[in-house]
Design a protein around this ligand. Sequence first.
Ligand SMILES: Cc1cc2nc3c(=O)[nH]c(=O)nc-3n(C[C@H](O)[C@H](O)[C@H](O)COP(=O)(O)O)c2cc1C
Length: 162
Amino acid sequence: MEQINWLEDAVRQLPKGAFLMVKGNPMTIGWAQFGVLWGKLCATVYVRHSRYTHTLLEDCESFTISVPSAGTMQKELGYCGTHSGRDGSKCEALHLALVPAAFGAQDGLDGCRYHIECRILHRSELDEKAIADPALQSRYYPAGDPHTMYIGEIVGVTEANV
Ligand SMILES: Cc1cc2nc3c(=O)[nH]c(=O)nc-3n(C[C@H](O)[C@H](O)[C@H](O)COP(=O)(O)O)c2cc1C
């Protein structure tokens, strides 16, 4: 894989938001991990059952995480974290273009700095009853709507000059 120093930037940006890209639908995410599993560099993302992205992932073998530069795309992060692709194209509403995938995963979101392309290796339900801290359980799952975890092998990362 080409040497791009994306990891620290991505981890620092995530709490402020990145875009999970599936079939051209950008969904704002704040959670993801990067690391090594089964000898492969992987990214894990968490998607609640209620999201349109969850429906899209039922029939999809890959995802891409598009990471904005610090302090940019705040309007887009807000919109894509509060509107559902079920109700219409977010890219059309925001006049945003897609960046064609370079490694065969999903197209990224134009305007972002990094596009982390992932091939799904594993999907499973996050069992909220297994969370050791009951405060986290009640904070994040008061009404159910569990997360599905998707572990993807990072097949390539591209960097844009933004
Ligand atoms: C900062 C931020 C982070 C978010 N992180 C996640 C996340 O990691 N997983 C998730 O399922 N939803 C997350 N959401 C909520 C979704 O982005 C939101 O429900 C979105 O409208 C779903 O879009 P969709 O229906 O097109 O998939 C986040 C929202 C914001 C504002």
